[in-house]
Design a protein around this ligand. Structure first.
Ligand SMILES: [Mn+2]
Length: 355
């Protein structure tokens, strides 16, 4: 049994876990399946070789340390599962397991009790191992390089979309395989919309330029935001806004270490922006956990009271979205260490005029 599966079982209250989320399965056995509408499940429990329930439509080579149990469309799923699941057990299932699978399992009582088993997987995934940390460093290093290239693409009248369309090629040329999320390129007032999607807006003199972009490298995500000024430096108010966001980012990063409450990291950044008078324009949580997915379980927000653990990886991304002055966000990824944190993004935070 591999270390990750062992860690999940150690964190779980269930007797056995039936994991159906293909991404969680990838994390646990390093094999990706795209089962579409078909059932896919990995059954794990102590002292048993993990069983992968796999439809015959998705042939697989042998998987080291895993027994593959083939199922076909004509099999009754609950009959197959009950050959392996103890009917007196407490079974943990995913929060995303579809009701069309779960309801027959409950009706046929293939287990005594069903509980949400996702938390054990999610909390294990939140602590990155050495290999994962290396991949995340590399993914963010590529993202830093991509940011340096992106900012050279600006010119009068180019549209947000025209810049965004070039990003995939940039990532591929730097060794990344794709986007970790759809890139955000926002000019001028559009930067005051935190989730603006690139459109036909054209770049003009004096605009703010916001890039929120990320790639995947060997399956691991990066995610970074920088806000630039096109051809003309910020006016006094914009400079004040930018410096507040920058201080919020840096104070929060300085606060991060093992064993602090995630909500207190959020508060560190939020206090800076609130004391600067822009609290109502910081409309989202400070950050999110990240790894194989751009957004994983775990928030850096006022309502998330959990303590950080060494090797958690999350974003620190304060922003101010004031349509009358500017939209600004500065985002880095960090790895929690015993003493502080390692900031994965090396692209500077200084005010930068581009173009
Ligand atoms: Mn982010």
């Amino acid at each position: 049994m591999n270390k990750r599966i062992e860690n999940v079982l150690n964190r779980s209250e269930a007797d056995e876990l039936l994991i159906s989320d293909p991404i969680a399965i990838f994390y646990l056995i390093n094999k990706r399946f795209y089962p579409g509408e078909r059932f896919l499940g990995l059954l794990i429990k102590k002292d048993m070789t993990p069983k992968l329930f796999l439809n015959v439509l998705f042939p697989s080579e042998k998987i080291e340390g895993v027994d593959i149990i083939s199922i076909s469309d004509t099999d009754v799923l609950t009959d197959v599962l009950s050959r392996y699941i103890d009917k007196d057990s407490c079974l943990g299932v995913d929060k995303t397991l579809q009701a069309r699978f779960l309801l027959p399992m409950q009706e046929n009582k293939i287990a005594r009790r069903f509980i949400n088993g996702s938390l054990a997987v999610d909390k294990t995934r939140a602590v990155k191992d050495e290999n994962e940390k290396q991949l995340m460093r590399k993914s963010s290093e590529i993202n830093d390089q991509a940011m340096a290239i992106l900012k050279t693409l600006v010119k009068d009248d180019i549209s947000e979309k025209q810049i965004a369309d070039q990003l995939l090629g940039i990532y591929n040329s730097l060794g990344a395989e794709g986007f970790s999320f759809e890139p955000i390129v926002a000019f001028g007032k559009n930067a005051a919309d935190p989730h603006h999607m690139p459109d036909d807006t054209k770049l003009k003199y004096g605009d703010v330029v916001l890039f929120d972009v990320g790639c995947t490298y060997k399956g691991y995500c990066s995610d970074m935001t920088r806000t630039f000024f096109y051809k003309k430096g910020p006016d006094k108010v914009q400079e004040e806004v930018y410096n507040l966001v920058r201080k919020a980012n840096e104070d929060a990063e300085n606060y991060v270490r093992k064993g602090v409450r995630l909500c207190d990291i959020d508060k560190t950044a939020r206090d800076v922006i609130e004391n600067g008078g822009y609290g109502r324009y910081f409309t989202h949580r400070l950050g999110h956990f990240i790894g194989i997915e751009d957004h994983e379980y775990g928030d850096v927000s006022s309502s998330f009271k959990d303590l950080t653990e060494t090797d958690n990886v999350f974003s620190i991304e304060p922003g101010i979205y004031d349509p009358d002055t500017m939209g600004c966000r500065i985002e880095d990824l960090v790895i929690v260490t015993d003493e502080g944190c390692e900031v994965l993004n090396k692209y500077p935070h200084d005010i930068e005029v581009i173009g």
